[in-house]
Design a protein around this ligand. Structure first.
Ligand SMILES: [Zn+2]
Length: 310
């Protein structure tokens, strides 16, 4: 019986592989360093296929027991045609027919998805979203990414580019953003901006957000205020999405979510105070549960859904 899935999480630094069982448990793992392939995409494609087959062999199962491979990629992907349209952080990737190339190399069905969408699917099916019908999955890091589950389905948008919560402007004026616009949500709560703010507040250029988290734990008033203000900004950035989409869950992951005990109460308070009554009452702000495994686990759901849709 085909009961296993291989999940692949392609990042700018590492590629992580995992063999997943039907309950969403990662049974075996493998990884490779993305940068060692430079801009030679053919080498990286071959390494992805070898990684998948190597993982299956090392797990002691046969290829016939694997339903398929789900791959999360950090950029714009066309899952319908199996194309990687563009990866901003991996050189040389434009309009690559990755699905067909990997299927040829591996002999397994392959499905592509944007990495944050895959994380959202993972948290939705096996993590903090618990299968709810309407959910936003958000990752806080260098950038702010999001995936949308609407009416029980991943919402991709017409050009597969939906979910860019981090690029919703939250002001008329503000810092320039990587996307070419300005005053985007991400320019207020991305790690770069938070680190700059922490450096200004504590007069220490080398202070890390982890230090500010530890300071808050020890009761430091400036650190507590830092996280409270950050929570208010995140809450403000989410109000529009809450009013527009009426989700029951916003699942927040990424490095900064480690400070959830200081951050989340301010996010909740801000949303309750400013969102519309029905939407504000229904939405729960919860911490992501699957950590770094979310994307790999999401692959199980992707492969399942794609094969059932056939
Ligand atoms: Zn932007």
């Amino acid at each position: 019986m085909k009961k296993y899935t291989v999940g692949v999480d392609v990042g700018g630094t590492n590629v992580k592989f995992g063999l997943i069982d039907p309950a969403g448990v990662v049974l075996h793992r493998n990884r490779l360093v993305t940068k060692s392939y430079g801009s030679d995409k053919n080498k990286l494609i071959k390494a992805l296929a070898d990684g998948v087959l190597g993982l299956i062999a090392a797990s002691g199962i046969s290829k016939a027991q694997v339903a398929g491979v789900g791959i999360g990629l950090p950029g714009l992907v066309n899952p319908k045609d199996g194309l990687v349209i563009f990866l901003p952080n991996i050189p040389g990737w434009r309009n690559v027919p990755l699905k067909s190339r990997l299927e040829k190399h591996s002999g397994l069905p392959v499905y592509l998805e944007n990495d944050v969408n895959l994380i959202t699917l993972g948290e939705w099916g096996f993590g903090a979203g618990c299968g709810c019908r309407n959910m936003i999955g958000m990752t806080l890091g260098t950038g702010v990414g999001a995936g949308l589950i609407l009416d029980g389905k991943l919402y991709r948008g017409e050009g597969f580019a939906a979910g860019e919560l981090g690029h919703m402007p939250i002001n008329f004026e503000g810092p320039r953003c990587n996307c070419g616009s300005f005053a985007c949500f991400e320019t207020f709560v991305g790690n770069g901006r938070l680190q700059q703010r922490a450096a200004d507040i504590f007069q220490r250029a080398d202070i890390a957000l982890e230090d500010v988290f530890q300071l808050a734990k020890s009761g430091n008033a400036k650190a507590l205020r830092f996280w409270q203000e950050t929570g208010e900004t995140i809450g403000t950035g989410l109000i529009g999405a809450v009013n527009l989409l009426n989700p029951t869950h916003i699942v927040i992951g990424g490095g900064v979510s480690r400070s959830h005990q200081f951050l989340f109460p301010a996010i909740r308070r801000t949303i309750k105070a400013r969102a519309m009554a029905v939407q504000g009452r229904m939405v729960k702000i919860v911490r992501a549960r699957l950590g770094d495994d979310a994307g790999i686990i999401g692959a199980q759901i992707l492969v399942n859904q794609e094969q059932q849709a056939k």
